[in-house]
Design a binder for this molecule. Structure first.
Ligand code: 5GP
Length: 115
């Protein structure tokens, strides 16, 4: 088992967060340092360290996470204008929390390519 991260503590409600969605598979909460008018993080309830771990995950876990992300974006009203889903994975991508998380970014025109 890997080290406890801030997201483990958020999931256990030991650290407060602003929840926007929860189901059996995922928990979603607002990023503490938003990079867009809407910036939400979605984490699987069963811990994985990064997106790379999905390669070995059960189909149901992959489906639960991906459907959760899509449902959060819908709940946030982002479907019409669009949004971006980002999984920073490992050091080159500057992943700073070793708990798999999707960023959902929306509410403004986003530039491309990312830095
Ligand atoms: P990463 O860089 O790993 O892809 O993204 C980690 C994200 O977690 C960052 O956008 C950062 O702002 C967010 N974050 C870090 N600590 C906390 C926290 O305690 N609460 C919340 N809500 N977000 C956090």
């Amino acid at each position: 088992m890997s080290d406890d991260t801030i997201f483990d503590k958020i999931l256990r409600r030991e650290v407060p967060s602003e929840a926007v969605y929860e189901d059996d598979d995922v928990y979603a909460f607002r990023d503490i340092e938003p990079q867009a008018p809407t910036h939400v993080l979605v984490i699987p309830k069963r811990k994985m360290e990064s997106f790379a771990d999905l390669a070995d995950a059960k189909d149901a876990e992959v489906a639960g996470l991906m459907q959760g992300v899509s449902r959060v974006a819908r709940e946030l009203g982002l479907e019409d204008r669009g949004y971006r889903v980002v999984f920073n994975t490992g050091p080159d991508a500057l992943q700073s929390v070793a708990y798999l998380h999707a960023h959902i970014l929306g509410g403004r025109k986003l530039s491309w390519p990312p830095g």
